[in-house]
Ligand binder design. Structure first.
Ligand SMILES: NC(=O)c1ccc[n+]([C@@H]2O[C@H](COP(=O)([O-])OP(=O)(O)OC[C@H]3O[C@@H](n4cnc5c(N)ncnc54)[C@H](O)[C@@H]3O)[C@@H](O)[C@H]2O)c1
Ligand SMILES: [Zn+2]
Ligand SMILES: [Zn+2]
Length: 346
């Protein structure tokens, strides 16, 4: 058995190196990874070396969207066996703090999240991982789809936070990976009128293909005026911001209807944003936010394996592990074309 990992060795520099094959400790499994998705955050670390207070220090392994096959089980493992296909939920939490104990483990201050410094990611052949964060995939779901459970979980958490339900109207601002998985989640939750806004026509085409009832190109049309037109001036039940821009965050109070809900998912580059709270008050609108996800993997895996959510539709590019450096370069230079690129591990 040989293990190799892709190290980011500096800004826009990556090389594959041989590393030790991990040993399964108590309640851990060794997973041979088969697919790893490239996330916007991986690209951001690769280009900038940091996201907010998380700073890459030294050689660093990216990647946190992954799935593969169990090849070894450690002592005390009860629910997985060699040969099981699994998707890994990348945040390992303490299990003891008030957030973990109340089920909101995504808020655990001691979380060790793959590819969030100082914790390495999973762009490697073999990884040791806690059994309780490795979710078994049924036969009806591939490990490629398994790797996409991670971004899908963000979209499902957004739909949960917005309490999206049957018959709701939803406006999703931004049609990148997160906007699209949010669209898939809202559709699965029963929203009937989903409008997706972006400034890149190609991305809006994907939104249309994945089930948006309407799309708005904000580079050509006044998005708010169009949302008002589509909703008889009322606004939508739920607005979900996934573009991560100050402009779209500031649009949310105008797009939501009286008593509606706003869900903030995108991370704008600036911390402080001018925002119309008077509108929020007058509409008695609710503002919710999203930090990753919690308790969603089992539900997401079921939805994909039963064909309720077709997640494979978001993959636009696939690269071999040996070409991982090329893959990052390609993603960086073709941002308009790439929605989700995945690395096929070998
Ligand atoms: N809260 C969380 O836990 C969480 C998790 C994952 C990602 N994120 C954040 O979600 C955001 C989206 O991630 P992504 O991977 O989809 O990024 P992305 O860059 O692929 O998508 C953003 C989209 O917004 C569009 N956009 C830009 N300006 C716009 C405007 N004025 N109106 C409409 N659309 C506009 C872009 O064209 C792009 O398609 C990022 O900010 C990311 O950091 C948050
Ligand atoms: Zn991600
Ligand atoms: Zn905790």
């Amino acid at each position: 058995m040989k293990n190799r990992a892709a190290y980011m060795t500096g800004l826009n520099k990556m090389e594959i190196r041989e590393i030790e094959v991990p040993v399964a400790k108590e309640k851990q499994v060794i997973v041979k990874l088969e697919y790893v998705g490239i996330c916007g955050s991986d690209v951001h670390y690769f280009e900038n070396g940091r996201i907010g207070d998380f700073i890459v220090n030294g050689d660093f392994i990216l990647g946190h969207e992954c799935a593969g096959t169990v090849v070894e089980i450690g002592p005390g493992v009860e629910n997985l066996k060699v040969g099981d296909k699994v998707a890994l939920e990348p945040g390992i939490t303490c299990g003891h703090c008030e957030y973990c104990k109340s089920g909101r483990y995504n808020l655990c201050p001691d979380v060790e999240f793959l590819a969030t410094p100082p914790y390495h990611g999973c762009l490697m052949n073999y990884i040791a991982f806690p059994e309780n964060m490795a979710f078994k995939l049924p036969d009806t779901i591939t490990t490629k789809e398994g790797a996409l459970i991670e971004p899908l979980a963000v979209g499902m958490h957004a739909a949960n936070q917005g309490n999206v339900k049957l018959g709701d109207s939803v406006a999703i601002l931004g049609s990148g990976t997160i906007g699209l998985v949010t669209l898939l989640a809202c559709k699965a939750f029963g929203a009937t009128d989903i409008t997706v806004v972006d400034v890149i026509p190609k991305r809006l085409e994907y939104a249309k293909k994945l089930g948006a009832a309407a799309v708005i190109n904000a580079a050509e049309t006044d998005a708010l005026a169009e949302i008002h037109r589509l909703t008889d001036k009322k606004g939508v039940d739920i607005v979900i911001e996934t573009a991560g821009s100050a402009k779209t965050v500031a649009q949310t109070p105008y797009a939501v209807k009286n008593g509606g809900r706003i869900v903030l998912v995108g991370m704008a580059p600036q911390d402080i944003i001018e925002y119309n709270f008077a509108k929020i008050m007058a509409k008695e609108a609710e503002i919710k936010s999203v930090f990753r996800y919690r308790n969603i993997y089992p539900q997401a895996i079921k939805a994909v394996s039963k064909g309720i959510i077709d997640i494979s539709g978001i993959v636009t590019h696939e690269f071999a592990f040996d070409d991982v450096a090329k893959a990052f370069d390609f993603v960086i230079h073709n941002k308009q074309d790439v929605v989700k690129a995945v690395i096929k591990m070998d």
